[in-house]
Design a protein around this ligand. Structure first.
Ligand code: CIR
Length: 256
């Protein structure tokens, strides 16, 4: 069970962030409204929110998930792989220290984005991506081992359609992984119950278990129906404006 989440309000320069997709410019009023509804959903799931002010130095900083990895046994501050996002860690550190007094860190030349880290009970999948490099993965695996967790790497670098590992997989409890069909054959996932997401619905694979609910992006009816059929309780949220900046549901909060 999670009790808390950290979120950051999107800034007025949100549309100056990084993106690889061409879905048009985000509508800033709608960005704020979708973020408000996202926060409301977390509250409805029972979480107490720490809401950080917009930080105009970092247009992507509403995607707080990338700056830290929070586990029940300790926190790790990351070192994001995009140079424009590196300073986000210093910016979020004080908020993390309120809950985790002695976070571990990733140091150069290692890079890690939280979006590449998928926790499945006591095992962590670490995505090797264009943001998380081998050295970052190595440092993170050592930190996780010190906390008593196992880990393994999943190389998503050849997959041009996703930015981070968690753009393509989500662990939602009950030994169940939601996974883009392109990754469903990975032998590392063979002991899980898999919900395979078709190519047309692949953005939906980034869903998030929060206590009794699974946050799911709007517009992917087959996945939502499958979640319900498997006994999960989807809470559907419109993510259109965040998708324009390569963001998904998981990136908008740190849950712990
Ligand atoms: C970026 O490219 O870094 C941001 N525009 C999107 C980050 C999304 N984060 C995530 O999936 N964890």
């Amino acid at each position: 069970m999670f009790t808390n989440a950290i979120v950051r309000t999107p800034g007025s320069n949100f549309d100056a962030g990084l993106t690889t997709v061409d879905f048009g410019r985000p509508d800033l009023a709608l960005v704020l409204e979708q973020h408000r509804l996202y926060c409301q959903a977390l509250t409805a799931c029972g979480l107490a929110l720490t809401t950080l002010e917009a930080d105009l130095r970092f247009p992507d900083s509403t995607f707080v998930e990338d700056a830290a990895i929070l586990t029940p046994r300790g926190a790790i501050l990351t070192r994001p792989g995009a140079p424009s996002r590196e300073g986000e860690v210093v910016a979020i550190r004080p908020a993390i220290l309120n809950f985790f007094p002695a976070p571990l860190t990733i140091h150069a030349p290692g890079t890690v984005d939280g979006g590449d880290i998928c926790e499945a009970e006591d095992h962590f999948f670490i995505g090797l991506s264009h943001r998380t490099n081998e050295e970052g993965a190595r440092q993170l695996a050592a930190h996780l081992a010190g906390l008593g967790y196992t880990s393994s790497t999943v190389d998503v670098r050849p997959m041009t359609s996703i930015l981070h590992l968690k753009s393509g997989i989500a662990y939602i409890g009950g030994n169940t992984l939601v996974v883009m069909e392109e990754m469903a054959q990975n032998p590392q996932f063979r002991n899980f119950n898999l919900i395979s997401v078709s190519a047309e619905e692949s953005y939906g694979a980034n869903c998030v278990r929060v206590n009794d609910r699974v946050l799911a992006a709007a517009g992917f009816p087959r996945l939502t129906a499958e979640l319900s059929a498997r006994g999960f309780d989807p809470l559907v949220l419109d993510m259109s404006e965040f998708q324009k900046m390569d963001g998904g549901l998981s990136c908008l909060s740190l849950r712990f």
